[in-house]
Write a protein that binds this ligand. Structure first.
Ligand code: MF3
Ligand code: CO
Length: 255
């Protein structure tokens, strides 16, 4: 069921969206070769708590950390670990959900660590661009398939593939709500977007094939062929004539 947000809930989400953006800006200086993904998790946890919010991911369906840190061929849901140390040339997506007084925002950036190959950089840029292609002209009355179609067309035109097993979603009083928002599909199909709902659009893009595998930990999702993957996500509010990004105002990642 699609939930329409109250004006008060929207205000709360705007607040956590601003906290989220400060986190992404702060991470630019935190993310360096030599840091462990566990240290990233601790930094984000403290930032969220110090801003009177809660990390929605911690203990969500048993998830053991506050953020997802997905390095290189890990597509999404990488679990932070003191053993996973960032190296020069890595790409890492940091996916964060912030809970402010019972409503949530969800966003992700893929960062470049040190000297990254031009190929990897291009993957990260195309992934981000596919998100902006999808929201261009998007408004109430459009369908979820319109989003998937735009993401897929742009990504495949650039020689990459979109992950099929995971998708974007509605968001509000819980992080995952109806409707599901696939990153592939046919324009004019799927669920109609309504004014006053919030959604997360999150292209997950593989350099190689679209197939993914899940590790025994039940979370870590990798490309099956070992190719690099990138992820980009924002939470947005649907209006009659546009969408309003709640977790993005300007360039906040290291691309
Ligand atoms: N942003 C992630 C998603 O939409 C949320 C991860 S929370 C976790 O899948 F607990 F599932 F890690
Ligand atoms: Co999400």
């Amino acid at each position: 069921m699609i939930k329409i947000l109250t004006p008060h809930q929207i205000e709360l989400m705007k607040h956590s969206g601003k906290v989220m953006q400060q986190i992404f800006i702060g991470l630019k200086t935190v993310l360096k070769p030599g840091i462990s993904t566990k240290e990233i998790d601790e930094w984000v946890y403290k930032f969220i708590i110090n801003h009177d919010c809660k990390p929605s991911c911690l203990n969500y369906m048993g998830y053991p950390a506050s953020v997802c840190t997905s390095v290189n061929d890990v597509v999404v849901h990488g679990i932070p670990s003191e053993k996973k140390i960032l190296a020069d040339g890595d790409i890492i997506s940091v996916d964060i959900c912030v809970n402010y007084k019972g409503v949530h925002t969800d966003a992700c950036r893929t960062y470049l660590i040190g000297n990254v190959s031009p190929e990897a950089k291009r993957l990260v840029e195309v992934t981000k661009q596919s998100f902006f292609e999808a929201i261009s002209g998007l408004k109430a009355g459009d369908k979820t398939g319109d989003i998937g179609y735009k993401v897929q067309t742009f990504v495949e035109k650039n020689g990459y593939s979109v992950v099929r097993d995971l998708q974007g979603h509605g968001i509000g009083t819980s992080i995952h709500q109806d409707p599901g928002i696939p990153n592939f599909g046919k324009a004019g199909t799927g669920t109609v977007l309504k004014e006053g709902m919030a959604i997360c659009i999150e292209p997950m893009v593989n350099m190689g094939d679209y197939e993914v595998v899940f590790e025994k930990d039940g979370w870590t999702c990798r490309t099956k062929d070992g190719s690099l993957a990138a992820h980009y996500e924002n939470t947005m509010l649907v209006h009659s004539d546009r969408v309003e990004l709640l977790t993005f105002e300007g360039n906040d990642e290291q691309v």
